[in-house]
Design a protein around this ligand. Structure first.
Ligand code: FES
Ligand code: FES
Length: 176
């Protein structure tokens, strides 16, 4: 059932973001990124390119990272969404957030929320043994090449890559 508002139709959507359930009415043309930033007022995910090229908008949906600028909100009925705001546990930072501080992997802050969401999902992918294009034969092992390949969808124009790889390695290595 849709509701007409002026010239556009709005459709009901139920989804959970960072543990909070939301019931909203959504224009079918609205992306998940715009819904989260403008309707739910979570400004952590950024709109960098709006074309799926920079990773600034990365969110974790049902355990998998996506470019939310390319994903229509209405396709996320019933989904569990995590943004950078949902990584910390209250005042306790996520281990990756702590590692980014310790390894000086933060710089402009524009790409960092996407980098953190991507890295969190990356660690789970490696734990599950999901291969990337640089994975050789045998089990997936945590190497700098694996981290770089798996983070290649997240661009950083100021060159913090080395520190980002170090930060992810320090957390993922401990959890392996
Ligand atoms: S804003 Fe989505 S990939 Fe750049
Ligand atoms: S730290 Fe964001 S673009 Fe480099």
């Amino acid at each position: 059932m849709f509701v007409r508002r002026g010239r556009s139709a709005l459709y009901p959507l139920h989804l959970t973001v960072n543990g909070t359930a939301h019931d909203v009415e959504v224009d079918p043309r609205r992306t998940l990124l715009d819904l989260v930033r403008e309707t739910l007022n979570l400004k952590g995910p950024k709109k960098g390119c709006d074309h799926g090229q920079c990773g600034a908008c990365t969110m974790i949906v049902n355990g998998r990272r996506i470019n939310s600028c390319l994903s229509l909100a209405l396709t996320h009925e019933g989904d569990q969404v995590t943004t950078v705001e949902g990584l910390a546990d209250g005042q306790d930072l996520h281990p990756l957030q702590q590692a980014f501080i310790e390894k000086d992997a933060f710089q402009c802050g524009f790409c960092t929320s996407g980098q953190l969401c991507s890295a969190a999902a990356l660690i789970d992918e490696i734990k599950e043994g999901l291969p990337s294009t640089v994975t050789g034969d045998g089990p997936v092992t945590l190497t700098a090449d694996e981290i770089r390949e798996r983070m290649s969808g997240n661009l950083c124009r100021c060159g913090a890559y080395n520190n980002i790889v170090e930060a992810i390695d320090s957390v993922a290595g401990e959890q392996q």
